[in-house]
Design a binder for this molecule. Structure first.
Ligand SMILES: NC(=O)c1ccc[n+]([C@@H]2O[C@H](COP(=O)([O-])OP(=O)(O)OC[C@H]3O[C@@H](n4cnc5c(N)ncnc54)[C@H](OP(=O)(O)O)[C@@H]3O)[C@@H](O)[C@H]2O)c1
Length: 231
């Protein structure tokens, strides 16, 4: 049976990944600050804030077939409002903690022989968007990290990155809090809707599974066409 570590599987896209993995018969360990109420013998939860406490490798299963790091931020604003503390917080949550969690999981992932790691970027890295300076900087770092680690850890580990467009989750709630906002956002996308958790989780699950075993070092846009098509 395949076994996966999801950091941030309590809600949003990570919870969708947990659901899809359990439905496919896999075991899942979820690490997040708040326990979720998944009732399944193949599911376990570790309560942890990854920005204040490092993940303890001894609490993880001996062998892991995949790892997904979900925590992220969408702090938007003009350059004049950027401040050092907020920028460092963004970098800590999106990049430093992702690397530290992977370091903890690495011994278990190496034992698998063909493990897969998935990080998250955003559509706002490949396409310049106003007010996105901080988030595009940290997610740009994740895209570089993805390619660098894919080179370093091949052939035993594959490292890929999913770059979503706006997707309905607790993180994006403030941009989609009314029907008016939702249809304005949908209209910006060539496919005329915003993303669902299932849209993004399906790509993550594919990247975790052996079906994607010849894909590594990639940043894959799941964004309703926004990164590639002029609307
Ligand atoms: N939603 C979008 O529109 C969108 C667009 C582009 C990119 N993305 C990226 O996609 C990824 C997933 O986004 P999402 O919308 O699903 O996010 P989300 O709804 O905020 O979910 C994040 C998950 O991470 C956990 N988490 C957050 N901070 C944590 C911490 N300090 N320690 C441990 N766990 C923590 C949360 O659980 P707890 O709160 O229980 O800790 C939750 O399970 C993010 O990296 C985001 O930047 C999202």
């Amino acid at each position: 049976m395949s076994r996966y570590l999801i950091v941030g599987g309590s809600h949003g896209i990570g919870a969708g990944v947990v659901d899809q993995l359990l439905a496919s018969g896999s075991e899942v360990v979820n690490v997040s600050r708040t326990p979720s109420h998944v009732d399944d013998v193949r599911y376990s939860h570790l309560t942890l804030d990854v920005t204040t406490t490092q993940l303890d490798a001894t609490q993880l299963p001996d062998q892991l077939d995949g790892f997904v790091y979900c925590p992220g931020s969408i702090n938007l604003g003009p350059i004049r409002q950027l401040n050092r503390d907020a920028m460092l917080q963004d970098y800590h949550l999106n990049v430093v903690a992702a690397i530290e969690c992977l370091q903890a999981a690495l011994p278990s992932l190496r034992l698998s022989g063909n493990a897969s790691v998935v990080f998250f970027s955003t559509v706002a890295v490949g396409q310049g968007m106003t007010m996105h300076a901080s988030v595009s900087a940290v997610k740009g770092a994740i895209e570089g990290l993805t390619r660098s680690l894919a080179a370093e850890l091949a052939p035993k580990l594959r490292i890929n990155c999913v770059a979503p467009g706006l997707t309905e989750t607790p993180l994006s709630e403030r941009f989609l809090s009314s029907d008016q906002k939702k249809s304005a956002m949908a209209e910006k996308h060539p496919l005329k809707r915003v993303g669902t958790v299932q849209d993004i989780a399906a790509m993550v699950t594919f990247l975790l599974k052996p079906e994607s075993s010849w894909i590594t070092g990639q940043v894959i846009g799941v964004d309703g066409g926004m990164s590639a098509i002029r609307g």
